[in-house]
Design a binder for this molecule. Structure first.
Ligand SMILES: [Zn+2]
Length: 243
């Protein structure tokens, strides 16, 4: 199959079956038909470079039943249950690391290669292994997020704002007019590009305290691929809520 040149990749919204549907529209030069795909990232529509959006969305409407059923199937996926025992897989910067549990004089954890060595006091319950692991996530997130926040602020021509680590479950980041940026430690589970997008988003709020076109233009300046990253974060959000 020839590789068709990518023209654009944008996030769109349309009404389908009485509710708002967010989808990613990928346009390629030389492409003839419209193709629909639904997976864990939601609906992706591949279309020719210049076909009007109204016509593309006409195709989506023709497949309304299929699209609605597929999206329903994917969203029914439950938040995976996390375990904190020997050999458990844990998400870390978009990859998996393996939990190794070993007896120790005090509770601590350390990443060695792809193994998270968790030392816990003899006879510790899974709950205390979990606490030890989460304390490790928070410690590493504190360092990683602070470093990226400073680097991306300087790249954007901003004085680095004050950084606070957050334990929010449903919110990746926030900022306020006192130039304080809060970032969730759970971001450490996501791949680096997603983390950087969230940081760029909050940094753009230091210039625009709203979600105006000027705000999104600022996000795009610092993070050109933000539309796809935002769609990915939105679609995979449930995976980060296991713990
Ligand atoms: Zn925002």
């Amino acid at each position: 199959m020839p590789i068709r040149e990518l023209v654009s990749r944008d996030l769109h919204r349309m009404m389908l079956g009485g509710s708002e549907l967010q989808y990613v529209l990928v346009r390629r030069r030389g492409r003839r038909g419209v193709a629909l795909k639904v997976d864990e990232n939601g609906l992706m529509v591949s279309a020719p470079a210049t076909m009007p959006v109204s016509r593309i969305e006409g195709y989506v409407r023709e497949s309304e039943r299929w699209v609605t059923r597929k999206i329903g199937e994917w969203s029914a996926r439950r938040v995976p249950e996390a375990t904190f025992t020997e050999g458990s897989l844990l998400p870390y910067l978009g990859n998996s690391i393996v939990l190794r549990v070993e007896p120790a004089a005090r509770n601590h954890a350390e990443l060695v290669g792809v193994e998270l060595l968790a030392g816990v006091r003899h006879g510790s319950a899974e709950e205390s292994v979990k606490r030890t692991v989460i304390a490790w996530y928070k410690r590493v997130a504190q360092a990683h997020l602070a470093q990226r926040l400073t680097a991306l602020a300087l790249a954007a021509g901003l004085a680095p704002p004050r950084f606070l680590l957050s334990s929010a479950m449903g919110r990746w980041g926030s900022c306020n007019s006192r130039r304080e940026v809060r970032l969730a430690w759970r971001l450490l589970k996501a791949r680096r590009e997603l983390i950087d997008y969230v940081i760029c988003h909050e940094l753009a709020h230091l210039r625009h305290m709203n979600h105006s076109p000027a705000f999104w233009a600022e996000v795009e300046r610092q993070c050109p691929d933000y539309r796809a990253l935002r769609a990915e974060l939105f679609a995979t959000d449930h995976l980060y809520r296991a713990f």
